[in-house]
Design a protein around this ligand. Structure first.
Ligand code: HEC
Ligand code: HEC
Ligand code: HEC
Ligand code: HEC
Length: 448
């Protein structure tokens, strides 16, 4: 065989193999269905397109309440189930009351002055809700802890919110799960991993506007939001419904200013308007407690076009080539893959520079928080003194109380947001500046 013939034969063999690969790939692709989320912008270097979205039948076995558990899904999605379990790895808790002692004073007579630690992994929700020293009489505290509570509301209606905490907790703790597949996928995770809102108040508050929010954000926004327990007696049984509710109807209404206006007009537990969470002793101020407005903060900032999943769920590959979203909800700073995605917009930054950039932003924000938080604590003491001295009229005191209420609201909206400014420096700065301005105004009225 001459040299030319050999080259010819090799070329033919290579061509045949290449053709076979192309045909096989096409065949496999045709069988798989690719899943596209709505409202998602340009995905850039992220490799979501590398994920093969299966359309498989859901496991037939359900839990006592009809939800499909992670254990049942495990045989179909072992990597995803394992990665979700990894949310049990992060057990570190920062004691905020020790770190920022002024909190004990400004949350005086509210649960958070007794016990307030940082969040940890989703795996701990049922353990942590039971052991917190913050009091919880009614079952509504379980809203963001377990899919089995969301299912109970779906099945039995909003009366569930005011059921006895221990009664509902014991049943769920015995048979149910911490945050799990059902929370974000309903029973449909098999159907190409379709995301579903299972917390009914989201649809009630946002209506058609749910479609304006990326599903990879809204699934987290079922819980990582500002919410409150309504103070209305809808069915006239003499008991407040204490329904979990979001204080807005659209992205435009998610700012701290508009939410404050919403609360000013919302019913309170005295039958009047001007919702409040508790009355602070000493000052008599009707206080608002912000929860954890992550979704509101992200949607108002420079990262509104990214979903929570883009930054907190790494796209990863198992040894056998299965590509999937890790369901371990991590800090983007701990993932080279996610950090590489930042470079799409933060052009000149290496991963290390990116980490430094985030840490710098956060330390600026936390320093300002300490400054404004301490001023807020001083205002509380000054107002308490003025009330005790009895020299100002009740209406003069009320004017100061209103400023105090607003100052604490703006401060809290920033403090309790868990990213320390990384989600939106503009919003956190605006909140702290507004809080400080209200404090100064109040101090002036007090003659300080
Ligand atoms: C059902 C409510 C709920 C949903 C939905 C939810 N979370 Fe959470 N998340 C929580 C609660 C509650 C905690 C605090 C758990 C604790 O400390 O016991 C938490 C904690 C966290 C933490 C801190 C974990 C740590 O280890 O420090 C991150 C990050 C987080 N969630 C991100 C997300 C993302 C991203 C999504 C959407 C993909 C999401 N969460 C969806 C309720 C929820
Ligand atoms: C552009 C990227 C980006 C997006 C989008 C984003 N985050 Fe974050 N998030 C961060 C960064 C950066 C931090 C700070 C991480 C750190 O301190 O290690 C953070 C911190 C957090 C924390 C605190 C984590 C902890 O361990 O205490 C939570 C909770 C969180 N984000 C939830 C969300 C939710 C919910 C969404 C969607 C509404 C979201 N994030 C969207 C980048 C992002
Ligand atoms: C806290 C919310 C949350 C929980 C809990 C959750 N998922 Fe997901 N899941 C998501 C999000 C967000 C995505 C990614 C959507 C996107 O951006 O493409 C996703 C994606 C998926 C996909 C599509 C393939 C992929 O990797 O992107 C499957 C399948 C899936 N999840 C199955 C499960 C199963 C099974 C469980 C339980 C073991 C589970 N999920 C628990 C939020 C959740
Ligand atoms: C879609 C484009 C885009 C992506 C992707 C992106 N950012 Fe940003 N980010 C911006 C813009 C725009 C700003 C505001 C201008 C600036 O500071 O560069 C910003 C600002 C920031 C800030 C300062 C706080 C603020 O609100 O201005 C932090 C911290 C930050 N980004 C972290 C991250 C991290 C971490 C990632 C990756 C996980 C990331 N960003 C990915 C567009 C993006």
């Amino acid at each position: 065989m001459n040299k030319k013939m050999l080259i010819y034969k090799i070329a033919v063999a290579v061509a045949v193999v290449a053709l076979a690969v192309v045909l096989l790939t096409a065949l496999v692709r045709k069988k798989d269905t690719y899943y596209h989320l709505q409202n998602r912008g340009d995905l850039g270097p992220l490799t979501r397109s590398d994920i093969t979205y299966l359309d498989v039948a859901a496991p037939s076995e359900t839990n006592y309440d009809g939800t499909i558990t992670a254990a049942s899904w495990r045989s179909i999605y072992p990597e995803i189930a394992d990665s979700m379990d990894a949310n049990g790895n992060n057990t570190a808790v920062v004691d905020y009351l020790e770190q920022d002692p002024y909190l004990v004073n400004i949350y005086d007579n509210y649960g958070f002055s007794k016990d307030y630690g940082s969040a940890r992994g989703h795996a701990f929700t049922l353990v942590d809700v039971a052991k917190t020293e913050r009091p919880h009489a009614t079952a509504n505290c379980l809203t963001c802890k377990t899919p089995n509570f969301a299912k109970l509301v779906q099945d039995q209606g909003v009366g569930v919110y005011t059921m006895d905490f221990n009664e509902v907790y014991d049943q769920i703790n015995a048979n149910g799960e911490a945050i799990s597949c059902y929370t974000c996928h309903g029973n449909e995770a098999g159907s190409k991993g379709k995301l579903m809102v299972t917390h009914e108040y989201v649809g009630k508050a946002l209506g058609e506007n749910v479609r304006t929010i990326d599903p990879g954000t809204l699934s987290c926004g079922q819980c990582h939001i500002e919410y409150y327990f309504t103070a209305v007696d809808g069915n006239g049984d003499g008991k407040l419904d204490a329904e979990t509710m979001m204080p807005y109807h659209s992205i435009e209404e998610m700012s701290p200013e508009k939410i404050l206006a919403y609360y000013e007009a919302a019913p309170n537990k005295d039958g009047g308007v001007g919702f409040y969470d508790w009355i602070q002793p000493g000052t008599g101020t009707h206080m608002l407690k912000a929860q954890h407005p992550e979704m509101e903060t992200v949607l108002s900032g420079s990262h509104a076009a990214r979903s929570c999943a883009d930054c907190h769920m790494e796209i990863t590959m198992a040894e056998d080539g299965t590509t999937y979203h890790s369901h371990e909800l991590i800090s983007p700073l701990s993932s080279p893959t996610i950090l590489a995605g930042c470079a799409e917009c933060h052009e000149n930054k290496t991963p290390d520079e990116m980490i430094q950039f985030v840490r710098n932003t956060q330390s600026r924000v936390t320093a300002r928080e300490t400054e404004v938080g301490n001023k807020l604590s001083e205002l509380k003491d000054a107002l308490t003194e003025a009330v005790e001295a009895g020299k100002m009229s009740e209406s003069q005191l009320d004017a100061v109380r209103q400023l105090h209420r607003e100052a604490q609201w703006f401060f809290d909206f920033c403090y309790v947001e868990n990213s320390e400014g990384a989600h939106s420096i503009n919003l956190t700065t605006r909140c702290l500046n507004t809080a400080e301005a209200r404090i100064e105004e109040a101090m002036q009225l007090l003659g300080k």
